[in-house]
Design a protein around this ligand. Structure first.
Ligand SMILES: [Mn+2]
Length: 301
């Protein structure tokens, strides 16, 4: 990890309200870039244009799909450019979870054997047919895996973007999991590590989880809702009782970064409105930078 290349993706078009689109700006205000520079070389490519949530009407099955696709096409092209000629670690600052589609599409241009650690309080396997709300950030896996054939699932150099063997789900809460999605996961033998299986030892679970992604380039998708809202309510959609503490989440992230071949990290679903005095964002940035710094010093040693 010689250089960290940062891109901000200030969009909430793929979620159910506005707010998340302010995360890149607020994380920058909390000193993200300066603190990262303390850890090593940083190339900050700035933020894409803002794409805030807008109401689309009642009964829409594929909410604001055109704008979500526009953002992800731009992300895919920018990411492909960033990694085309240099070895860099990509830090994509979302944005709602749909930004991961663009990041994956971009990374696949150089890393066709990409693995994805889906570190999230959900598995996001809703489809345009089975969802009642049409919110696209609940359908991220659906589009990654080609379970819906839409322009969003055809963003990248191939369809589907990923196979079920390329993804490991870590930290989701079974309470958030629809029975049909659970059945699908089991039928596919997907790597799955629900938070309820950790038995108080999330770091050990993280070590088991990465084994499935050995020896391949790995993208880590890190949704703030894997952190219990009772500990740190940063995520756009709350997850109470049973999630990780922020400290545990970053300890797991550290395992992912140090025991795989990480090529990027996507931060998603941080709603700065949930942190009026800025203290949680400060802590989040502090822990993120510390985690990335420990990885960098290990790689430099
Ligand atoms: Mn989530």
């Amino acid at each position: 990890m010689s250089t960290i290349t940062v891109i901000g993706i200030p969009t909430s078009a793929g979620t159910h309200n506005a707010g998340i689109e302010r995360a890149p700006e607020q994380l920058r205000a909390a000193g993200l870039i300066d603190k990262l520079r303390g850890a090593g070389a940083v190339l900050d490519t700035g933020d894409l244009p803002r794409t805030p949530y807008r109401p689309m009407g009642i009964g829409v099955p594929y909410r604001d799909g055109d704008r979500v696709i526009d953002v992800d096409r731009t992300v895919a092209a920018r990411v492909a450019d960033m990694i085309a000629t240099t070895d860099t670690f990509l830090l994509a600052v979302g944005g709602d979870c749909t930004v991961t589609l663009g990041v994956v599409a971009g990374l696949l241009t150089r890393f066709p054997d990409l693995g994805l650690l889906y570190f999230d309080g959900d598995v996001d396997l809703s489809t345009p047919d089975d969802t009642e709300n049409g919110i696209l950030d609940t359908m991220v896996s659906t589009h990654l895996l080609g379970l819906a054939d839409t322009p969003l699932s055809r963003l990248g150099p191939r369809f589907p973007l990923l196979d079920s063997r390329d993804i490991v789900y870590f930290g989701y809460h079974p309470l958030e999991l629809a029975p049909t999605h659970d059945q699908w996961l089991q039928a596919q033998s997907v790597g799955r590590f629900p938070v309820t299986s950790f038995q108080g030892r999330p770091v050990e679970a993280a070590r088991r989880a990465v084994a499935a992604l050995n020896d391949r380039p790995v993208l880590i998708h890190f949704d703030a809702d894997v952190i219990d809202s009772g500990d740190a309510p940063l995520s756009n959609f709350p997850h109470f009782n049973g999630g990780l503490t922020m400290g545990e989440a970053f300890a797991c992230l550290s395992v992912f970064l140090t025991t795989t071949r990480p090529v990027g990290l996507v931060l998603t679903e941080i709603n700065p409105d949930h942190d009026p005095d800025g203290k949680l964002l400060d802590t989040y940035v502090e822990q993120l930078v510390q985690t990335l710094r420990s990885v960098q010093s290990r790689n430099d040693a």
